[in-house]
Design a binder for this molecule. Structure first.
Ligand code: SF4
Length: 505
């Protein structure tokens, strides 16, 4: 055995507390179990918002998905069976078609440190170079809170890289940022390899190319679209981050500049910067966004001003034409957790929409600063780390013709008779950049807003169904509340609201 046994976890971490339990309790348990450095790093990279987490899906889904989408990469989860069941189910719901490894535990293996030994054995079994380039092991909430020391796993076995990450729901606020936890860890590993000596040549890689690395999971038509925008500057597109294959990491690191299209990849950006690559925020969205972005990318890549102007001369008239041909006439609120919400709002405004509010679950970073300033100058309130309550309150106040948002927000909108679209499935599943992006929004907005009258009819048809409190108990007596229940709940809600207000944004 080449590693030390882990310390015993504190009892507090093993009492079944999970994402429905207290964040502070689990954070304290993780620190007591030796994970202070990990928790400090997560807190610095992904500052928390005003609300407890997670408010949507388990954050670990983000990092799991990044691993599952890579060729020749195996993923192993270490966590409670119920968490692993949910994560596995969701992975396959989204078409993973790959095995999710799992090392189960019970109270005894967790407390004695046997879980770590089981994980190490599983990694040794799996690390076959003919099958895999890398094995990813992810600690979920309970193993993180219990201090299961993945950092003591061997760094490689028979040439197969081993990467252990902690992705606890009480430390990583959103599944979007969890993607960065793994992407950053892999970039770090690959950067160290490249700095230590020769590495495998990336596929379709020309030694003389000058490429731009794009950060963010994009709609498939968008990367070629960005490639066409930068081509007049003599630039090509490097493989995206998160990567699809291990050797793509080397190609991304070998870029001349980086486009942080999704602005929350803090750990990944740190690695690109450590490799000496300049990083540019915002994205080529709409006319003004594309104009500014081409200038910034060109300057970061050391492109001659004449070539930057040539790129603009090719791109901007086409985008202007697409926007003019596809006007959006509606008031729209935008909310989501993808990280592209500000860009979508910019595009809608340039197309003619009124966007009074955009809420994003992502944190405020320097990479979206230009978008925030532009939106605020156009009368839009930008809410980082937006809670569902804030999104709903904004929607109620703005009374939009269309609400773009998460599932619970869309549900609320429909209850109000407001046309609404699910951001992830409908908006993120369309091009956003260049001329293609400019033409993509008008159709879905018109289709929804034209159906407004239908929503009103549905609301009046269902008026009163399921209300008031106790509806549906016609066949027997309505159960009565325990004494004092409502008052206790009212006080709890008031205390929570006060605490959230104190934390602020
Ligand atoms: S791993 Fe995910 S589902 Fe499990 S307790 Fe943590 S946040 Fe909740």
């Amino acid at each position: 055995m080449d590693t030390l046994p882990p310390p015993s976890p504190p009892a507090a971490a093993t009492d079944g507390t999970a994402c429905h339990g207290g964040r502070e309790t689990l954070d304290a348990a993780a620190r007591a179990a030796g994970k202070s450095e990990v928790m400090d790093k997560l807190a610095a990279d992904y500052p928390r918002g005003p609300h407890d987490q997670p408010q949507s899906m388990c954050p670990a889904f983000g990092s799991l998905r990044v691993g599952l989408r890579m060729r020749r990469v195996a993923t192993i989860l270490s966590g409670s069976a119920c968490c692993v069941y949910g994560l596995t189910f969701t992975s396959h719901f989204y078409g993973a078609r790959r095995t999710v490894g799992y090392v189960p535990f019970n109270s005894e293996t967790l407390v004695t440190g046997k879980l770590f030994e089981d994980i190490r054995d599983a990694v040794h079994d799996l690390a076959k170079p003919e099958d895999y380039d890398a094995v990813i092991v992810t600690n979920l909430c309970v193993p993180t809170a219990s201090g299961v020391p993945l950092e003591l796993l061997p760094k490689q076995i028979n040439g197969v890289r081993v990467i252990g990450i902690d992705v606890p729901g009480f430390g990583v606020p959103t599944h979007a940022e969890a993607k960065d936890v793994l992407a950053g860890a892999m970039l770090r590993y690959a950067r160290n390899e490249a700095e230590a000596g020769p590495v495998a040549r990336p596929r379709d890689y020309a030694l003389d190319q000058r490429s731009i690395a794009v950060i963010g999971e994009l709609f498939p038509a968008d990367p070629p679209g960005i490639g066409a925008l930068i081509q007049p500057m003599g630039l090509t597109l490097a493989p995206q981050t998160p990567a699809r294959e291990w050797r793509d990491l080397y190609a991304a690191l070998d870029s001349v500049a980086v486009a942080a299209v999704h602005p929350f990849y803090t750990a990944s950006i740190r690695e690109f910067r450590a490799a000496g690559r300049p990083v540019v925020g915002s994205a080529p969205v709409g006319v003004e966004g594309t104009d500014a972005w081409l200038s910034a990318i060109g300057a970061a890549a050391g492109v001659k001003p004449s070539e930057i102007e040539a790129a603009k001369a090719r791109a901007l008239p086409a985008i202007r034409g697409a926007l003019a041909g596809n006007p959006v006439k509606a008031r729209i609120t935008v909310s989501g957790y993808e990280g592209s919400e500000l860009l979508v709002a910019r595009l809608l405004i340039e197309a003619g929409a009124e966007v009074p509010y955009v809420g994003t679950a992502a944190p405020r970073t320097e990479w979206s600063a230009a978008d925030r300033a532009w939106l605020e100058a156009h009368g839009c309130h930008v809410q980082y780390r937006a809670s569902l309550e804030q999104d709903i309150a904004a929607m109620k106040e703005a009374r939009p013709d269309l609400a773009l948002g998460t599932t619970p927000l869309v549900q609320k909108a429909k209850e109000m008779g407001t046309p609404a679209l699910y951001f992830t499935n409908m908006v993120s599943a369309r091009p956003l950049f260049g001329p293609a992006g400019a033409a993509s929004m008008a159709g879905i907005v018109a289709a929804q807003t034209n159906g407004r009258e239908r929503f009103s009819r549905m609301v009046s048809f269902f008026e009163g169904v399921g209300t008031p409190d106790g509806a549906g108990y016609g066949f027997r007596d309505k159960p009565s509340d325990p004494p004092g229940f409502r008052e206790r709940q009212r006080k709890l809600r008031a205390a929570k609201a006060k605490a959230e207000e104190a934390v602020g944004t």
